[in-house]
Design a protein around this ligand. Structure first.
Ligand SMILES: Cc1ncc(COP(=O)(O)O)c(C=O)c1O
Length: 392
């Protein structure tokens, strides 16, 4: 349905996702009986580990868990979060003051922007970026200023240029390992970001959704490991990818007390916390065996290898990403001129393969498409064979 965006002013800033035209093609092809191999959305295809589901079953039959919960998250879950940081990153957090549970990262980031921004204030966001990084700002009636995040060498330089702009940004969003670009950074990068944050008096928001999905010996650092980071920023994490819990909607945000308490205040007006059995199951996910995290990581690695190998055989050479559940592929020269949207449509129509066009993540994404590694290896092979035929 078309909506009159003069009547509802925010809607003029929230156009239909670019992805919707690719989704429509995919849908039509499926209605016509085509088997589409779908690398479109970063929606994990594997089930949540059994021991986490068992905990949900056990806790959901207990009546006391059916009441309103705690908006900021159960104290035991916040303790599990601070223990997770201690174990994984040697960071000490005060569960009461420096952690908050969110209804997935998207909810946390969106309400964070509402908590921090006055209408018209500016936030520096990456281009390309995961869409909520920019739309959360617009939803909060803020303005976005984009920085070029595609050029690894100039990343810090581009961030600093953005920070020097007028009007002066209030906050900066970063996210590594990155969706969609799969870029990774080391702790030095975060240390320099902290220095910039202090120099320009801004708040840093780091989205750490792919903390655990790292390969080939690379371990992604936490922003909170950087000296002084707790003075300037927060980090958001999600159980969606590390534990295949995308539909459960659990995440958390940690770091600077003032920022966390601002989010807590706003959320205390908006929600009563996640359904308690889900929070109890999240405690199990964080506290108990982490073998499942390794298995999930290994699955993405094998799929990454199969895809890179298959695309290579088709003549499409891509450097294997060190992290995330994506492959960010530069469109081959032969098809570059048509742009990422038309190229994605071509892949659906001629190969029965769905990917996300890079333009959907920002204008600088237009020379790339993103494959989400949510199909099994056999189907990945089938997809790369079709692509090989197209390229011939
Ligand atoms: C960078 C990034 N942040 C956040 C999310 C969403 O996480 P959640 O399911 O916790 O809302 C995603 C999901 O794809 C993501 O790629």
């Amino acid at each position: 349905m078309s909506i009159n965006s003069e009547k509802f002013s925010l809607l003029s800033k929230l156009p239909q996702y670019v992805f919707s035209s690719v989704n429509e093609l995919k849908h039509q092809a499926r209605l016509n009986g085509e088997d589409i191999i779908d690398f479109g959305m970063g929606n994990p295809d594997q089930p949540t580990p059994r021991h986490i589901i068992e905990k949900l079953l056990e806790s959901s039959v207990q009546g006391r868990n059916h009441r309103y919960s705690v908006s900021a998250g159960l104290p035991k879950l916040r303790l599990a979060i601070s223990n997770w940081y201690k174990r994984n990153y040697d960071i000490k957090l005060d569960p009461e003051e420096e952690t908050i549970v969110t209804i997935g990262s998207k909810e946390g980031l969106s309400h964070l922007m509402i908590s921090l921004l006055a209408p018209g204030e500016t936030v520096l966001v990456p281009d390309p970026c995961y869409p909520i990084h920019s739309y959360s700002v617009l939803i909060a009636r803020g303005n976005i200023k984009e920085y070029n995040s595609i050029d690894d060498e100039k990343l810090l330089e581009n961030i600093e240029l953005g920070l020097m702009s007028d009007p002066k940004p209030k906050a900066l969003i970063i996210s590594f390992p990155s969706n969609p670009t799969t870029q990774t950074v080391d702790i030095d990068f975060f240390t320099k970001v902290v220095e910039l944050a202090k120099k320009y008096s801004i708040i840093v928001i780091h989205d750490f959704a792919y903390a655990d999905i790292c390969f080939d010996g690379y371990k992604a650092p936490s922003f909170l490991q950087a000296k002084g980071s707790m003075d300037v920023g927060v980090e958001s994490f999600s159980l969606s990818k590390s534990y295949n819990m995308a539909g459960w909607r659990v995440g958390f945000m940690c770091g600077n007390r003032e920022v966390i308490s601002a989010l807590k205040r706003v959320k205390s007006y908006l929600d009563y916390g996640i359904f308690q059995p889900i929070q109890i199951s999240a405690i199990t996910a964080l506290n108990e065996t982490q073998d499942c995290v390794k298995q999930i990581r290994d699955t993405y690695k094998s799929r990454r290898d199969r895809l890179i190998d298959g695309l290579g055989k088709a003549g499409w050479d891509i450097d294997p990403p060190k992290a995330t559940m994506f492959v960010w592929a530069k469109i081959p020269d032969k098809f570059k001129s048509i742009g990422s949207l038309e190229f994605s449509k071509k892949l659906i129509k001629e190969c029965n393969v769905a990917v996300s066009p890079g333009i959907g993540f920002g204008k600088l994404g237009n020379e790339h498409v993103r494959f989400a590694l949510i199909e099994n290896e056999q189907r990945i092979q089938q997809a790369t064979r079709s692509i090989k035929k197209l390229f011939k």
